[in-house]
Design a binder for this molecule. Structure first.
Ligand code: AHR
Length: 503
């Protein structure tokens, strides 16, 4: 057998990037396709609880330890009247939903979703409509959700059976307002002004909230990054985060190039940080603005099928990607990239959570199951809490159609001192061979054990479906610890978690 390629990693407990904000492990549920109806909520389903929420889905969401869930959109929010989704069910209107051309029955609204989030153990990240609506409806929603009582909107909530305020902390000022596909999309100056004034009144209702302003919909937008810079000029002093969105695909069916797309995410994050910091300098501000990467994932499998969907039905199967093994590797690389930027990326939401480009799939009336991309998220969310460390890596590199100098090894480390654990997340991008990895961990002192978990497959296109769960992690043998060094072989095309016990 030919010798494996080699890579090295130096991990030092003092090379700290940042404490990882737990909200890096967030997700997103939009009123779109079967995300809500048939996803988190399905009255009459064998596992439905007293509120109609699927217990099998809740179990999987809790397994993922999702920290925060963005709601209710997405493109949906730009035409949404939140008042339609509160109060007696029989009085709620059925409406034409223009973003996704469906019928919205309003069976689930703000109160139901907030109750679901409590059951899921997650916080709510609420979006307000800055498409067809504005500051008046946004401030009313903050009052409805967060004001204890004694005012029109808070008393209305109490009259709807929700005595306690929801205490929602993170709020998005609209969604993708730069995109011509958005209901009532806006120029950066129009949006910047609207966001600024909306932020002011929302904060006057509840000064404890945190606000996310929309940046560009993705870095390939012709108006990126000028849109972001203009918006920031208006809102810098009024918000806590700027949002980033990006989806990655493999329409060209080029695995090597697809696996390198986390480099695009890396460069996107760097550019948005630069835009924030330029604004800070221009304003002579002492405040550092952080990032909310509140839509990220692989998305391309369902594009063709979605073109054939008939309009105006309730919860059609829409935007349902069946994920492959190589998609899971890309998701792993994207999570590693987010962790590497955890000093500035404080909130991140894998988009979405159930059925719609999601780690969790369901059959209506049937079971729920884990897609391939479930696993890297699960591992990072379970073991990637603590302090992210800047590793010094040396790895063989390759060129692909869009990228040069792509390292075969993508990795990051997270130190959890409380648990006495160091986790190294590593992807071997090589399709052909193992990567022999040697890690210098001497700064941690005595290492008492290592568990090596691997997600790998000989078939990059293998998927998990209702009937078959082909792709799942396994424990691998062979990792060796000697005098503060870890030697391990990473299988070709693999996601790896190395968990080291520290004394
Ligand atoms: O997540 C699906 C859609 O992608 C969202 O509605 C929108 O914000 C983005 O373009």
């Amino acid at each position: 057998m030919a010798d494996a390629k080699t890579a090295t990693l130096i991990v030092d407990k003092d090379f700290i990037i940042s404490e990882v904000d737990p909200r890096l492990y967030g997700s997103f549920v939009e009123h779109l396709g079967r995300a809500v109806y048939g996803g988190i909520y399905e009255k009459g389903h064998p596992t439905a609880d007293e509120d109609g929420f699927r217990r099998d889905v809740l179990d999987l969401v809790r397994e993922l330890r999702v920290s925060i869930v963005r709601y209710p959109g997405g493109n949906f929010v730009s035409g949404y009247n939140w008042e339609d989704g509160v109060g007696p069910l029989e009085k709620r209107p059925r409406k034409l939903e223009l973003a996704w051309r469906t019928i919205e029955p309003n069976w689930v609204g703000v109160n139901e979703f907030a109750r679901w989030a409590v059951k899921a153990g997650a916080a709510v990240n609420m979006s307000v409509n800055l498409g067809t609506r504005g500051p008046e409806e946004a401030r009313a929603l903050v009052e409805y959700c967060n004001h204890p009582s004694g005012s029109y909107w808070s008393d209305l909530r109490v009259s709807h059976g929700q005595k306690e305020p929801h205490g929602i902390k993170v709020w998005c000022l609209g969604n993708e307002m730069d995109g011509p596909w958005q209901i009532c999309h806006k120029t950066p100056a129009e949006y910047g002004r609207a966001a600024q004034e909306t932020a002011k009144v929302m904060r006057w209702v509840d000064p404890g909230i945190e606000l996310v302003v929309c940046g560009s919909s993705h870095p390939r937008m012709p108006t990126f990054p000028d849109y972001d810079a203009t918006v920031l000029d208006h809102v810098y002093d009024h918000v806590n985060y700027i949002s980033l969105h990006s989806y990655y695909g493999n329409t060209e069916n080029d695995t090597a190039n697809f696996l390198a797309k986390s480099l695009e995410m890396d460069s996107y994050i760097r550019s948005v940080i630069a835009a924030c910091d330029l604004t800070r300098a221009r304003k002579r501000s002492r405040k550092t603005l952080n990032l909310s990467f509140d839509e990220w994932n692989v998305w391309y499998h369902s594009h063709e099928a979605d073109r054939k969907i008939a309009p105006w039905t309730i919860a059609p199967s829409q935007v349902e990607d069946t994920y492959t093994f190589e998609d899971a590797l890309v998701v792993g690389c994207l999570i590693i990239t987010l962790l590497k930027h955890s000093d500035r990326v404080k909130v991140a939401c894998i988009a979405q959570l159930v059925n719609v480009i999601a780690p969790i799939m369901t059959a209506t009336g049937g079971p729920a199951w884990r897609q391939t991309i479930f696993y890297p998220f699960l591992h990072a969310s379970s073991f990637g809490r603590g302090v992210a460390l800047q590793t010094i890596a040396s790895s063989p590199r390759y060129d692909s159609r869009d990228f040069t100098d792509v390292p075969l090894l993508e990795s990051v480390a997270v130190h959890n001192a409380e648990r006495g654990e160091l986790a190294i997340f590593a992807v071997n991008r090589d399709q052909e061979g193992e990567l022999a990895l040697s890690c210098d961990l001497r700064s941690f002192g005595t290492l008492t054990g290592v568990i090596h978990t691997v997600l790998d497959s000989r078939n990059p296109k293998a998927a998990n479906t209702q009937g078959s769960q082909n792709i799942k992690p396994r424990e691998a043998a062979g990792a060796k610890l000697e005098k503060g060094r870890l030697s391990v072989r990473l299988p070709p095309l693999s996601w790896n978690v190395l968990r080291l016990s520290l004394q």
